[in-house]
Design a protein around this ligand. Structure first.
Ligand code: FAD
Ligand code: SF4
Ligand code: SF4
Length: 417
């Protein structure tokens, strides 16, 4: 058995088996493996901590250990102090501002931040940028924030990546939060990438779940991957803050406590000496399709099984009866029947209506990840094995062309219309 001077059993590379794929080099958490002059993997025994990651990852069983089983890595083994990363504390939310108000996703994240902060026994922080925006802090406190850190400047009056990226990076450097959450909006996605790059930290985009690992106190960031076929849980061990973006409507909006108080801290900010693009004029939000499906309390969602221009007046009538909006699955957009703004799904919008009626939608995972927040799901589909029925509260097995007219009749009768 090969041991180093600390008495730790170290990895041995079987030179006759190694195919020099270098996978183990990337997996080793302490950089103990390099390629030898012969082009094969070589372990530095004094650096090796015997974690066994190289053995697990080697595709040809070229790494030998005498001991059986995997060694559980302690935080010290990973090169981390035993309790968090010193100097970093608090769960921060970037408060996005639109038309002089905080956007709803920021308050949704405030609720999640509260939950994470309680687990970590720490504070909830809000980061606010803009000009004349400090009144928004009141709303942040009402949604569970303990401290709002504000930088105001005329250059921050409208969003531009460079000054916002610089200002938010400065806030992170001064306040040192251990976690930073941002809405996966157009602005949040852009800004999160800039800030993570400046701070040289990790960023997990479009998370659908966030929690704290008991043993390590790390933020576990879960998101769909491989085209939505599996859920991956990602963590950021060595760098701070641990950064994550979350789409609107994924986290629950916390209850508002009017009059709840908190601390407001102003931070001076000087714009970086770079030439900024000049804003000539802002165009209004051009919403193709007329209605924002994210805001609608009821959605009638057309899938490929109802992808027929003739069917749409029927679906629109159903939407009108339930006071809702017509939305669709991705193939319906691809077929050119409805605009992209109406698409529900992983590459479309995440929705959380009170009522979601799926008409001819099979229930692919890329569609289902975006309707987790829907309160009641009704599905109409002739295939009793369609996956949509697994998440539906009410399932109607049948052809939409026969079901919907009857559905509309019954609804109208009950409503006394
Ligand atoms: C990376 C990636 C991202 C994606 N992003 C999205 C996304 O954002 N949104 C999205 O929706 N998809 C997305 N998809 C596509 C997704 O995988 C599915 O292909 C898509 O959701 C299927 O749409 P559908 O349910 O409308 O169609 P289908 O899967 O074709 O289902 C049609 C359903 O209609 C039923 N049907 C047939 N006739 C009738 C009838 N007369 N009455 C009622 N029902 C009938 C059928 O039984 C069937 O279940 C993505 C895929 C990938 C790989
Ligand atoms: S056992 Fe762990 S530390 Fe040692 S070489 Fe393999 S991966 Fe690196
Ligand atoms: S993973 Fe295995 S085969 Fe690949 S370089 Fe390392 S020891 Fe060699």
């Amino acid at each position: 058995m090969a041991k180093n001077s600390k008495g730790i059993e170290v990895a041995e590379i079987l030179q006759d088996k190694c195919i020099a794929c270098q996978i183990c080099i990337g997996e080793c958490p302490v950089g103990a493996i390099d390629l030898s002059p012969e082009g094969l993997a070589l372990v530095d025994p004094e650096l090796c901590i015997g974690c066994g990651k190289c053995q697990e990852s080697c595709p040809v069983e070229a790494v030998k250990f005498e001991r059986a089983g995997k060694k559980e890595l302690s935080r010290e083994d990973r090169g981390m102090p035993s309790e968090g990363v010193p100097g970093y504390e608090g769960v921060a939310v970037f408060i996005e501002v639109q038309d002089g108000e905080g956007v709803q996703v920021s308050w949704e994240l405030m609720g999640k931040a509260r939950e994470l902060a309680e687990k970590l026994s720490t504070r909830v922080l809000g980061f606010l940028l803009g000009e004349g925006v400090d009144h928004i802090a009141r709303e942040a406190f009402a949604h569970g924030c303990d401290e709002v850190h504000v930088s105001e400047h005329e250059v921050l009056a409208s969003y531009r990546s460079a000054p916002y990226g610089h200002a938010l990076t400065r806030l992170c450097e001064r306040v040192k939060p251990e976690i930073l959450l941002m809405g996966a909006t157009h602005q949040g996605r852009d800004l999160a990438g800039v800030v993570a790059t400046h701070l040289k930290t990790g960023l997990t985009a479009d998370c659908t779940d966030l929690s704290i690992e008991d043993r390590t106190r790390l933020l576990l960031m879960t998101r769909p991957t491989f085209g939505g076929n599996i859920m991956a849980t990602i963590y950021c061990e060595h760098r701070r803050p641990q950064m994550s973006t979350v789409r609107p409507m994924v986290m629950k909006l916390p209850e508002r406590t009017p009059g709840r108080e908190g601390r407001k801290v102003f931070h001076e900010w000087t714009p970086p000496p770079v030439e900024l693009p000049h804003i000539v004029e802002f165009m209004g939000d051009a919403l193709e399709g007329g209605m924002d499906i994210v805001q609608s309390a009821a959605l009638v969602v057309a899938g490929m099984g109802a992808c027929d221009p003739e069917a749409f007046h029927l679906l629109q009538e159903l939407a009108d009866v339930v006071g809702g909006t017509l939305a669709c699955s991705r193939p319906v957009v691809e077929a050119g029947l409805l605009p992209y703004e109406r698409q529900v799904g992983q590459t479309g919008k995440t929705v959380a209506p009170k009522l979601y009626i799926a008409v001819g939608v099979s229930g692919a995972i890329q569609h289902l990840v975006a309707i987790q927040g829907a309160e009641k799901i009704v599905a109409i589909n002739p295939d009793p094995n369609a996956p949509i029925f697994k998440v539906a509260d009410v399932g109607i097995v049948g052809d939409y062309a026969r079901v919907i007219p009857e559905f509309i009749n019954q609804l109208k009768n009950r409503m006394g219309a």
